[in-house]
Design a protein around this ligand. Structure first.
Ligand SMILES: [Zn+2]
Ligand SMILES: [Zn+2]
Length: 130
């Protein structure tokens, strides 16, 4: 039945996770869906543990400020290759860096450019990360 097939296709599409299929970039999955997946990720225990480990590894200091001889406490953990660009590196320690808020914002010019991103960025800040 055509309707059955269509329903199955929609169900399959909705259960498809960009975090499982590494390397899927925006444009191929709806933006709203990426936001949902990101929120799921940033509230997961896996991420909270990894985030704490990265802050400890970087001695709770902003790694960009440190390069410039400034000592500023890190409050955020950043994905060097952004999460949505390569979800397979979401928990890869070599892709994570501790930053202060100002340095982190500087790494995400796209948040200032797009209103939905800016809103989402604020939400991430509350969740602990972006
Ligand atoms: Zn900094
Ligand atoms: Zn970031």
């Amino acid at each position: 039945m055509l309707l059955c097939n269509l329903a199955r296709w929609v169900a399959g599409f909705l259960s498809f996770s960009p975090f499982k299929a590494a390397g899927i970039r925006h444009g191929r999955v709806p933006v709203v869906y990426i936001q949902m997946e990101k929120e799921k990720f940033y509230t997961s225990e896996k991420w909270k543990r990894k985030r704490a480990a990265i802050l400890a590894r970087d001695k709770y200091q902003c790694q960009i400020c440190k390069r410039y001889g400034r000592m500023r406490p890190a409050t955020e953990v950043h994905h060097i290759v952004h999460l949505e660009d390569d979800p397979s590196r979401a928990l890869d320690a070599s892709n994570l860096i501790s930053l202060c808020k100002a340095c982190h914002n500087a790494q995400h010019p796209e948040k200032a450019a797009k209103p939905w991103r800016r809103r989402y960025g604020e939400q991430n800040a509350r969740n602990g990360e972006a």
